[in-house]
Design a protein around this ligand. Structure first.
Ligand SMILES: Cc1ncc(COP(=O)(O)O)c(C=O)c1O
Length: 427
């Protein structure tokens, strides 16, 4: 008994010492926020949909790294491919050709829609967007972009300039000039905003951080028609929606749309390696890289380890038909969440999304925050959407089981009830 207590006290001291290092050396505000939100523990190991914490608690990961863990944690096929590559050569000299990069680029050309063929590799979503924005300027000789209110494309200077939330842009102004923001799901607004200087329209196929807002049926197709007619490029940012998350391999498959540039990251690394990819047409390749193949580069982009992970992830996604799994599991999760909404109609406004990219909009932000905390205490990780904190998102691994979905729904439902009771007690 005493030995057990000693062990518990030692674990707690260890957890607190790491949190203290975060407070002193990483980001004090973030430490406070995580602790306050009920996440004052350390992630120690993970497998499939389960994360094990230093305290010994096990959690179901229904946040899924915002789309990173589509294949679950430590997917064996991806881990094997990365270990094999690690033992041969992890990073490129950049003087010679490397095979994993060539194979992954070939595979991406095969699976992406339409005439998308060439890939620029980087290390993150924001970098994949930076490349897309630069390529669009070079290919068109024009400088302006059209983006949407609530859009999230990253936080580097270029990607931030097309991110539709003032709160994140304002402290870093002036931004890269030339972006017009229009309401999402209005093709007319895009048509009205295009002028002779417009290089590209950039869109998510489901606005993720904006609050899990899917493109209305026909919206992307109409934007494609408008942009084609005006000679403006269409960039689809599928960093979060790409590779099965929405129930189709790409979000744009729902509307059968072929963009000029597609951006990928998150799930492409199979939950094991960071990677970003910008895939574009031969015409864009020629106009961007034709004169100077080094016009846009990245030291680590296209490295063997990341590309080996990407290749294994894509093969697993296709062989196991993860998009179909996302669609059927998404139906089950959506039905469960809608049941919770029916039980608490005053607190919850709407359940929406596609496949396993679902969001629940709350009437009151405080209830959403308390619910995330309550879910964490019940062993389920969830999070809110960055540009709309009234929305709790559900993005579990696409391999999630029915019983895991049912457990998460129960935790959600109980946490909502608890939050409502807690807040009504304060009033
Ligand atoms: C649609 C979209 N684009 C770009 C990004 C930026 O990706 P990263 O955080 O890897 O830079 C994100 C991240 O959430 C995203 O959801």
């Amino acid at each position: 008994m005493i030995a057990e207590m000693d062990e518990t006290a030692a674990t707690e001291a260890h957890i607190n010492s790491v949190i203290e290092k975060y407070r002193q050396y990483v980001n004090p505000g973030l430490s406070r926020l995580l602790q306050f939100g009920g996440f004052g523990d350390l992630e120690e190991s993970a497998e499939g949909c389960t994360v094990t914490l230093a305290s010994g608690h096990k959690c179901l990961d229904f946040l899924g790294g915002y789309g990173v863990f589509s294949l679950g944690h430590r997917n064996p096929a991806v881990v094997r491919a990365v270990k094999q590559q690690l033992d041969r050569m992890p990073l490129s000299t950049r003087a010679y050709f490397n095979e994993p990069q060539a194979l992954l680029a070939e595979k991406l050309a095969e699976v992406t829609p339409g005439s998308l063929r060439f890939t620029f590799f980087s290390n993150s979503g924001a970098e994949s967007v930076e490349a897309a924005l630069k390529l669009a300027r070079k290919a068109t000789g024009r400088t302006k972009y059209i983006s949407t209110e609530g859009a999230y494309h990253g936080k580097t200077m270029g990607s931030l300039a097309v991110t539709g939330r003032e709160k994140y842009r304002k402290p870093f102004g002036p931004m890269v000039p030339g972006t017009t923001f229009v309401p999402y799901n209005s093709a007319e607004a895009i048509a009205a905003a295009i002028d002779g200087d417009t290089a590209a329209v950039i869109l998510e196929t489901v606005q993720g951080e904006g609050g899990i807002i899917p493109a209305s049926p026909g919206y992307l197709a109409e934007v494609r028609r408008i942009t084609q007619k005006a000679g403006v490029l269409l960039i689809l940012d599928e960093v979060q929606t790409g590779l099965g998350r929405t129930g189709r391999l790409f979000g744009c498959n729902h509307d059968d749309v072929q963009p000029d540039i597609i951006t990928l990251a998150k799930a492409l690394g199979g939950g094991v390696m960071p990677i970003g990819a910008t895939v574009f047409t031969p015409e864009i390749c020629e106009s961007a890289f034709g004169e100077n193949p080094y016009i846009h580069t990245s030291t680590f982009g296209g490295n063997q380890l990341a590309c080996a992970a990407g290749l294994a992830a894509l093969e697993f996604t296709l062989n196991e038909d993860l998009p179909a799994l996302a669609a059927s599991s998404g139906d089950r999760l959506k039905a469960g969440l809608t049941g919770a909404l029916d039980r608490s109609p005053g607190a919850l406004k709407e359940v929406r999304g596609l496949g396993l990219m679902l969001g629940v909009e709350f009437a009151i932000q405080d209830v959403a925050e308390l619910t995330i905390n309550g879910m964490a205490r019940r062993g389920v990780i969830a999070g809110y959407t960055l540009n709309n904190p009234k929305v709790i998102r559900f993005e579990p691994p696409l391999i999630v089981s029915s019983s895991e979905i049912d457990r998460a729904v129960e935790a959600f439902s109980d946490a909502v009830q608890e939050s409502i009771e807690l807040l009504s007690g304060i009033e």
